[in-house]
Write a protein that binds this ligand. Structure first.
Ligand SMILES: NC(=O)c1ccc[n+]([C@@H]2O[C@H](COP(=O)([O-])OP(=O)(O)OC[C@H]3O[C@@H](n4cnc5c(N)ncnc54)[C@H](OP(=O)(O)O)[C@@H]3O)[C@@H](O)[C@H]2O)c1
Length: 335
């Protein structure tokens, strides 16, 4: 029985400490409860929220307890099902989001809740699947639901995507193009050709004066900004926006909370919107289908075996990944 086995997991036991605080341990394989499945993890991607939680950004709510196995984004194979589970069977390949409070993806086995779990089409690799949950859902929901761009190609909106070379940004460029939007993107010089190849119409180097000013080279004003970079005041966006526009901030700070409130109270038509991804199963299935149909590509920055999970952590925390950082399990054996 899988439940009686030990597994290799990576966890931390207090806030702070960065990659060196990640410890490799041998612990019991968890048991799936009602509406849960036990999966053998095949790949897990890292998101900035993972190391931000370690740094204490959501203290004292997350993690819900220590020691904590980080990571939410997983692809794997179902090896056991909990009571009442009829929609998944042993052997199914899946993609899932593990609740942030409990985490769990940096381990050979993880327990996934049905409400966040979708079957992984054969055409979608485990690595690509593991990259979808947080980054893919954020890109999809910020563009479709918050910016209001339908994915039917009918949009003529002008969109700015900042930090388009990151995990969220590279999906966002492609999803915005599926919607038909005109995309201006910012990234470092080394990634300009990549971002263009995924469909961006105009790409500006964020280290140039034009990039720093967020100006569209063709002089377009933006209907919406998917702001994947961090730390710009609203005044940086406003000269480049249409009179009615939304700046969708993926990384709200205290000052952006204040700006959002002030602009709302004064009925400003150029809005700042604080965004939070919703882990919706239906949207995850849509993303997997887009990958299956060849409409959405995953760019992997780097792959790191679980035995070197700290390297994946450091790579993501460094802030210079191009696409997704992935932890792999293929050659993993218990410690
Ligand atoms: N609210 C939510 O629900 C939600 C969900 C997901 C993510 N987020 C947040 O969204 C942000 C982006 O996430 P991510 O996963 O895409 O991050 P990421 O993959 O770590 O982003 C790294 C990329 O950003 C680029 N970059 C950094 N600063 C830049 C700037 N000023 N202008 C242009 N490019 C810049 C880097 O390029 P160089 O290497 O060239 O510098 C690098 O390629 C994070 O703060 C994350 O926490 C929020």
């Amino acid at each position: 029985m899988a439940e009686s086995k030990l597994m290799h997991a990576v966890q931390y036991s207090s806030y702070g400490g960065g990659p060196s605080a990640l410890k490799h341990v041998n612990i019991s394989v968890p048991t799936p409860k009602k509406d849960e499945v036990l999966i053998k993890v095949e790949a897990a991607s890292v998101n900035p929220v993972d190391w931000k939680i370690q740094s204490g950004i959501l203290r004292p709510f997350m993690p819900s307890k220590f020691p904590y196995i980080p990571g939410t984004d997983v692809a794997g194979e179902v090896v056991a099902v909990g009571p009442g589970v009829s929609t998944f069977s042993v052997g199914d390949k899946i993609v899932t989001w593990l609740d942030l409070k409990t985490g769990g993806s940096f381990a050979e086995y993880a327990v996934a809740h049905l409400k966040f779990t979708v079957k992984r089409p054969a055409e979608v690799t485990a690595i690509d699947g593991s990259c979808l949950p947080v980054a893919g859902l954020t890109a999809l929901q910020s563009i479709r639901d918050t910016a209001g761009i339908k994915l039917d190609g009918s949009s003529n909106a002008n969109l700015l995507i900042t930090a388009a070379s990151g995990g969220v940004g590279l999906y966002a460029v492609q999803i915005a193009k599926l919607g038909g939007a005109h995309v201006t993107a910012t990234c470092g010089a080394r990634n300009i050709e990549l971002v263009k190849s995924l469909g961006a119409d105009e790409v500006i180097d964020y280290k140039t004066a034009e990039g720093d000013a967020l100006k569209s080279p063709s002089g377009r004003l933006y209907d919406a900004v998917i702001h994947c970079a961090t730390g710009f005041p609203f005044s940086k966006f406003s000269p480049n926006l249409k009179p009615v526009a939304k700046v969708i901030d993926l990384t709200p700070s205290f000052s952006s909370v204040v700006t959002t409130a002030v602009r709302k109270l004064t009925f400003a038509k150029q809005q700042l919107v604080m965004f939070m991804m919703t882990p919706r199963r239906k949207d995850l299935a849509l993303l997997a289908d887009l990958v299956k149909e060849g409409k959405l590509k995953t760019i992997v920055d780097s792959q790191h075996p679980l035995s070197k999970a700290e390297e994946a952590w450091a790579r993501s925390k460094g802030g210079h990944a191009t696409g997704k950082v992935v932890v792999t399990f293929d050659t993993e054996s218990s410690m």
